[in-house]
Design a protein around this ligand. Sequence first.
Ligand SMILES: [Zn+2]
Ligand SMILES: [Zn+2]
Length: 91
Amino acid sequence: MDECPLCMEELDVTDKATLYCQCEYQICAFCWQQLHDNAAKDNTIAKCPNCRTPYDKDNIRMLEIDQEEYVECVQTPGGWGLAVGCADAFW
Ligand SMILES: [Zn+2]
Ligand SMILES: [Zn+2]
């Protein structure tokens, strides 16, 4: 699966390496943020669209990223950047 099931945009290398849920359902960083924004508006917690488990940032798992691909990803304008350090900016 190479597309985000929510917005149909192609998942970049970082999206593909990020497992937000234990069911390993993959979405892009944009939709991840959207789910949280929408949930915050409703005073609720964002849930996995696949298994309805509430998302918990402690459950986010990063897979190994190929180093060359990673460099490419980081240089992509508007890219998510890598991993936990960059994700921290969202919380
Ligand atoms: Zn998406
Ligand atoms: Zn799930």
